[in-house]
Design a protein around this ligand. Structure first.
Ligand code: HEC
Ligand code: HEC
Ligand code: HEC
Length: 423
């Protein structure tokens, strides 16, 4: 072989080797460094056991932030948040991995029973677990970051009042890309909070509405577009609609929806809505055109918030910068649209009714009514008429403009088929 060619080949070979070694070094580094704990002092804070603080914490936990929606194994606020719900983000963005919500009941071994109050507040507001590792931002840290000391501690008071449940959920499995985002600090903890945070005085004001919409409820977290490469929010377009499609992380969803634009843009947002229309959407799921929102918008629970709080949120949302942005329409599964009989009835029930009526219609926070018990006391026609016309005052949506007659027949037949074990 020509010595020059041989030399060139040798150089090329060495280069490839150097690049390979560099790649292997980066891979090894990422695998060993991504979960390096952050050494950050825990601010000393003390949660109260006062019933008023516990009640405030319960309000924020159940309705404002619906922590149970992620932390309870069943979609029911009354089920203790012992963890386990899986979020499959393997096909979102760079493929983030599978994440499991953790046990936040006061069990000392598998939950937060052994944590100090300050450690729990740090986890919520700064995104660091007890051992200093960074929590993945499915947990709405950017929202919790602005929670007042009083409200964050009220949540701690409420968590401590729950029964301890022994349950160790699977550990989250992060993809290499996510580990790299952690290693290079693209996903990291929120800035340290060293000064006390005080909420504006309660009342129907823009100021208090800003606090509620951004920090004390999930509105901002769901309704703001995110950069799907690293999960961060586009803060110049707060409330302009999600880039995440809710339902996508579930194994077999029947409905998937983007959180819509709720800035005051008159065409693509809610600029033309009256306060009454807003309240009807947020409390009973009814849009001004008479169709029903999908339950990825947890209106059954916002319906249990104080009307004054929701009024403050409306004032604030009408005061922010309008942003022109349209999200894609709601997607329904083939079974939900065109399935037949009980199979379709069950799909519709799980996607559109279970939020308020609980698993198997046993009842949940928005209504304690047991559908299996009341169904035999009604004729089919009465049930069909009720589901069609709803009772918006009582926060039962009217499905007549959202579901076809056949879909309503199937969901009514499904309700009739549910059997409960008698207690
Ligand atoms: C959108 C879903 C979601 C919501 C809403 C949510 N969490 Fe989480 N939370 C998670 C996930 C997922 C994790 C685990 C993150 C990880 O694996 O890095 C987590 C982790 C935590 C941790 C850390 C536990 C540990 O062992 O490190 C605490 C504490 C916690 N959440 C409390 C809460 C509280 C209190 C609320 C409501 C105020 C809440 N979460 C709302 C999804 C959520
Ligand atoms: C868990 C995610 C989530 C949270 C938290 C959430 N939303 Fe939504 N919201 C959605 C989704 C998804 C939709 C779209 C539903 C659909 O189109 O069927 C929606 C729709 C809406 C609509 C209807 C807008 C329209 O144009 O039809 C309003 C109004 C609204 N949300 C207000 C709020 C307010 C106010 C809060 C906080 C109190 C809030 N949302 C919290 C997910 C969420
Ligand atoms: C936003 C929460 C919510 C959702 C979603 C919801 N419901 Fe209801 N539903 C209620 C409430 C609250 C009541 C209780 C009304 C009352 O006390 O009469 C109720 C009552 C009922 C009743 C009993 C009527 C009576 O007079 O006792 C039926 C049947 C029913 N719902 C069916 C459905 C079906 C089917 C769906 C889904 C297609 C659904 N609901 C979705 C909240 C909801």
């Amino acid at each position: 072989m020509n010595p020059l060619v041989r030399r060139l080949l040798w150089i090329a070979g060495s280069l490839v080797a150097v690049i390979l070694v560099a790649i292997i070094a980066v891979v090894l580094y990422v695998h060993s460094a991504w979960d390096t704990p952050h050494d950050r002092p825990v601010v000393s804070l003390k949660a109260s056991t006062d019933p008023l603080a516990v009640a405030r914490g319960e309000y924020l936990f159940k309705y404002g932030h619906a922590c149970w929606g992620c932390h309870s194994p069943k979609p029911d606020a009354a089920v203790p948040p012992s963890g386990g719900r899986a979020f499959d983000l393997r096909s979102v963005g760079p493929g983030f991995g599978i994440f499991y919500a953790r046990n936040i009941t006061p069990d000392p071994e598998t939950g937060i029973g052994a944590w100090s109050d300050g450690e729990i507040v740090r986890a919520l507001r700064e995104g660091l677990s007890r051992d200093g590792t960074v929590l993945f931002p499915i947990m709405p840290i950017e929202a919790f970051h602005g929670l007042s000391d009083e409200d964050a501690l009220a949540i701690v008071s409420y968590l401590r009042s729950l029964p301890p449940i022994r349950n160790a959920p699977s550990r989250s499995e992060l993809s290499f890309a996510t580990k790299a985002l952690y290693t290079f600090g693209i996903i990291g903890p929120a800035p340290a909070i060293t000064e006390p945070i005080v909420a504006p005085p309660r009342g129907k004001t823009v100021e208090y509405g800003r606090y509620l919409a951004n920090y004390a409820t999930g509105c901002m977290d769901c309704h703001t577009p995110r950069n799907l490469e690293d999960g961060s929010f586009y803060r110049d377009s707060l409330f302009a609609g999600s880039t995440i499609r809710f339902g996508e992380d579930e194994a077999r969803p029947h409905v998937m929806a983007y959180a819509t634009n709720i800035t005051p843009d008159p065409e693509t947002g809610i600029g033309k809505w009256t306060e009454e229309q807003f309240l009807e959407a947020v409390r009973a799921g009814m849009r001004p055109d008479g169709t029903v929102l999908s339950t990825h918008m947890p209106y059954g629970y916002f319906g249990l918030m104080d009307e004054e709080d929701l009024g403050a949120i409306f004032l604030y949302l009408q005061s922010i910068k309008p942003f022109r942005r349209v999200t894609e329409p709601v997607w329904y599964s083939e079974t939900y649209r065109n399935g037949v009989g009980l199979e379709r009835g069950k799909a519709i029930f799980e996607a559109s009714c279970m939020l308020c009526h609980g698993e198997d219609g046993k009842g949940a926070a928005p209504t304690k009514l047991s559908l299996a018990e009341i169904a035999p006391t009604f004729t089919d026609k009465m049930l069909i008429d009720f589901v069609t016309g709803g009772n918006v005052g009582l926060r039962m949506p009217a499905f007549g403009k959202t579901l076809s007659k056949e879909q309503i027949l199937d969901v009514v037949a499904y309700i009739r088929s549910i059997q409960h074990d008698k207690p």
